[in-house]
Design a protein around this ligand. Structure first.
Ligand SMILES: Cc1cc2nc3c(=O)[nH]c(=O)nc-3n(C[C@H](O)[C@H](O)[C@H](O)COP(=O)(O)OP(=O)(O)OC[C@H]3O[C@@H](n4cnc5c(N)ncnc54)[C@H](O)[C@@H]3O)c2cc1C
Length: 333
């Protein structure tokens, strides 16, 4: 008599940002059955790219750096696959002076052919990623697959393990429904906001080569998407700094848009704005980073919470956090 083989363990992941997608790929490579739910129309979360006519603009993350070998291995694969390219090795401060990115200057800054969101699409390409799927609540049952993921259409999906990668205030609400208590410092983690202007121009911008300004007191970043190589038309993305964004958060969209255009004027030069949009990132950057790359309750190892509030508030941190969470739940099921 043959023993029936055990069906693959099933893991549900909430969030198809980089943390969720990296976790999903890692788990699938280990032979687990994975489904990823995201409330957005497409995967990527803060790896976001928008088309306005023939222009294409990154409006969340603008580029990324590599500080660890673990992430570097993935980035080399993406470069070899023709998905990612080295954009440059540093930006100016807007007056032509070189500006560093934390660890000094001269380090590669990577961007994605077709915009940052194309990396998310590449990672999601052969995974079971369900977009337009808002996770409404999480529960623990006593059936064969104890985790229950309830979507806003009332459907319920069962899993053996769960990874939640939303910004922490959203994760907190979901875990309350599962009667899981997160440490207070985690659920109290607040995020800086970012007001972002996307503007298509009638001629090249005044953003200096190589098409990015990293150090300007008013902005966290100013990008020329044409110079970066992702837009056919001249198009800039302007990220107001956290203080300015907070101050103008409650403004009506037209007022905030017009104020941001004025602030960005030095980078527009003689160009006229052909079309523009304002984008609001409520959860742009976590203000506190948890010391470990993910969090799991001691008595519930089949649950992991991940995202950029764990391994660092940037693309690399989100990726490493997702990978860390995947290893933990794979060991638990
Ligand atoms: C304006 C801006 C500029 C940035 N610039 C840079 C940069 O230049 N370089 C850099 O390295 N990093 C940058 N970052 C940070 C980087 O984008 C993030 O660190 C990283 O993308 C976070 O990935 P994540 O998977 O942790 O979270 P997210 O990308 O936020 O993914 C979480 C996902 O969860 C989904 N979700 C939330 N709630 C639910 C729910 N209830 N049901 C289903 N789905 C849900 C969301 O839709 C989202 O897709 C920037 C971020 C912003 C906002």
């Amino acid at each position: 008599m043959t023993t029936p083989s055990r069906p693959p363990r099933r893991v549900a992941i909430v969030g198809a940002g980089l943390a969720g997608l990296m976790a999903a790929r890692d788990l699938r490579a280990r032979g687990l059955d994975v489904v990823v739910f995201d409330k957005g129309r497409s995967p990527g979360g803060r790896l976001a790219t928008r088309r306005i006519g023939d222009a294409r603009l990154d409006h969340g993350a603008q580029f990324f750096t590599v500080r660890s070998e673990a992430f570097g291995t993935h980035v080399r694969e993406w470069v070899d696959a023709g998905v990612v390219f080295e954009w440059c090795r540093g930006f100016t401060d807007g007056h032509g002076n070189q500006a560093g990115d934390g660890g000094g200057d001269g380090h590669p800054r990577y961007a994605v052919h077709g915009g940052m969101n194309a990396l998310a699409k590449h990672l999601a390409r052969d995974l079971d990623v369900r977009c337009d799927s808002l996770v409404f609540s999480l529960h623990r049952g006593d059936g064969p697959h104890p985790w229950e993921v309830k979507l806003d259409d009332n459907s319920i999906h069962h899993a053996d393990a769960l990874i939640v990668t939303c910004p922490l205030p959203q994760t907190f609400s979901l875990l309350v429904s599962a009667e899981v208590a997160m440490p207070e410092v985690l659920w109290r983690t607040d995020y800086d906001r970012t007001l972002s202007l996307l503007a298509v121009l009638d001629r090249p911008s005044a953003v200096p080569a190589p098409g990015g300004v990293q150090i300007d007191p008013s902005f966290t970043f100013v990008a020329d998407n044409h110079a970066k190589g992702i837009s056919l038309l001249p198009a800039v993305t302007v990220h107001a700094n956290p203080e300015w964004s907070e101050q103008h958060w409650e403004d009506d969209p037209v007022t905030a848009h017009d104020a941001l255009v004025e602030l960005a004027r030095p980078y527009l030069g003689d160009a006229v704005i052909v079309e523009s949009q304002l984008k609001r990132w409520r959860f742009a950057t976590p203000r506190r980073i948890w010391p470990d790359a993910h969090w799991s309750p001691d008595d519930l190892p089949s649950l992991a919470v991940a995202g950029d509030a764990f391994a660092g508030p940037r693309v690399e941190g989100a990726a490493l956090s997702g990978i860390s969470a995947a290893a933990a739940v794979a060991a638990a099921v």
